[in-house]
Design a protein around this ligand. Structure first.
Ligand code: APR
Ligand code: PHB
Length: 392
């Protein structure tokens, strides 16, 4: 088998790249370890920067997103028992974010790929990548007991944090930067109307909480928990009680509770692999970097990598030049590190850390008080939250 580009992983990065390449007439095959249903079953974040929305439009999959997505011009920060609104649109010259679940983005991309007749191999086992330091890389996988081989020009490693691509790099070719946080987020999804029409990020001495949503009738709520906490120990009642204790009085009194339809604990990590390109292998999305969810940047960074990568590949196939491919890693990493910094900062300001005590709590509350009272500081938060500009 032959393809111009072999994409490993059918998460949002791989699917979006596949769609943008397909529209540019570049033939790409996607290999995914899991089934399509499994990929759709993963509940992830749901806040899209304008740049991500524009890219989904460019990929031709923006219709449902525009019909069903909720456009938000602000967020609320709650600390010391009171809520304060950050007017993101007002502070950024009218920029917004769109609340639309990653599951829906993935579904739209899968549907578009199926409609285009482009090939995705689900349940591809033992994917391995070879010769990416030459001009003729090869990808091998097993499916239904048979071994298959794809000869290609480039390999796009869109296979997430636990994927095979980054792991295949020779020792010493890649440097890892990592920070693991001493807590996780326990999240639930429930078919209840959101407590507020905008997201509420809560700093509380008992720990962080977040009120988010997927639609006007479906809410997504989180509470910070210690890393050794087990999801089985959290009944719905226990979750709602803990969430209410962290909210302001009005939100706690009006929140609508109900049975959870999903409940899970996610650890928080900051991670960057440098460089993001090795010969003809380019990493994109979670394969190259992880951010804690506090700034809602994971999916948006995946989209920005894919934007740079699709443009670089399209330029290469039009002109034969490697200039944009050569620039890919540095260009991505400049934006990646800014989002890593922002997510780390939001995480540090909003969570209870085991070792900082009451002094840490006071410093956080003071930082938040400064933030909501200073136009300069609020603008810095707002411009990062709605998404920093791209380089091109
Ligand atoms: N072979 C084939 N596919 C693989 C392999 C492998 N060896 N390893 C992993 N995969 C697949 C996974 O099953 C998954 O479907 O790669 C896909 C990677 O998808 P994601 O983890 O969703 O990563 P990405 O597409 O970069 O999306 C980033 O996801 O985790 C969130 O916060 C993150 O929202 C961001 C988005
Ligand atoms: C979510 O809706 O899942 C969500 C929203 C904002 C975040 C993180 C997660 O910062």
């Amino acid at each position: 088998m032959r393809a111009q580009v072999a994409i490993i992983g059918a998460g949002p990065s791989g699917l979006l790249l596949g769609q943008l390449l397909h529209r540019a007439g570049i033939d790409a095959i996607i290999l995914e370890r899991k089934s399509g249903e499994y990929v759709l079953g993963r509940i992830r974040a749901g806040v899209l920067e304008q740049g991500a929305v524009d890219l989904l439009d460019e990929a031709g999959v923006g219709k449902r997103l525009h019909a069903e997505g909720l456009v938000h011009g602000g967020i609320e920060l709650c600390f010391d028992g009171k809520r304060h609104r950050i007017d993101m649109a007002g502070l950024t010259g009218g920029k917004h974010v769109t609340v639309y679940g990653q599951t829906e983005v993935t579904r739209d991309l899968m549907d578009a790929r199926a409609a285009a007749g482009a090939k995705t191999v689900y349940e591809a086992e033992d994917v391995s990548i070879h010769g990416f330091d030459t001009t003729s890389p090869v990808v091998r996988y097993r499916k239904d007991g048979a071994t298959h081989e794809i000869a290609c020009d480039f390999i796009a490693g869109c296979d997430g944090f636990h994927g095979v691509c980054r792991e295949s790099l020779p020792a010493g070719a890649v440097k890892h930067f990592e920070r693991v946080y001493p807590f996780g987020w326990l999240g639930i999804l429930a078919d209840v109307p959101p407590v507020s029409h905008e997201l509420i990020y809560v700093n509380h001495p008992r720990g962080f909480a977040l009120c988010s949503m997927r639609s006007r009738t479906r809410s997504r709520y989180y509470v910070q928990v210690p890393l050794d906490e087990k999801v089985e120990d959290w009944s719905d009642d226990r979750f709602w009680d803990e969430l209410k204790r962290r909210l302001d009085t009005q939100a706690a009194a009006t929140i609508v509770t109900g049975p959870s339809i999903e409940k899970s604990i996610a650890p928080l990590r900051s991670f960057v692999a440098e460089p993001m390109r090795f010969g003809r292998l380019m990493l994109a999305g979670d394969a190259a970097h992880i951010v804690p969810p506090t700034g809602a940047k994971g999916l948006n960074l995946a989209a920005s990598d894919v934007r740079y990568l699709s443009r670089a590949l399209i330029d290469h196939y039009r002109t034969g030049s490697m200039t944009e491919i050569d620039a890919y890693s540095d260009k991505c990493l400049r934006r990646v590190w800014k989002a890593v910094r922002f997510s780390w900062w939001m995480t540090s300001m909003m969570h209870r850390f085991p070792d900082t005590g009451e002094f840490g709590q006071k410093i956080q509350e003071t930082e938040l008080d400064y933030l909501v009272g200073s136009k300069a500081a609020s603008t810095s938060l707002a411009e990062n939250y709605v998404g920093l500009p791209f380089e091109d």
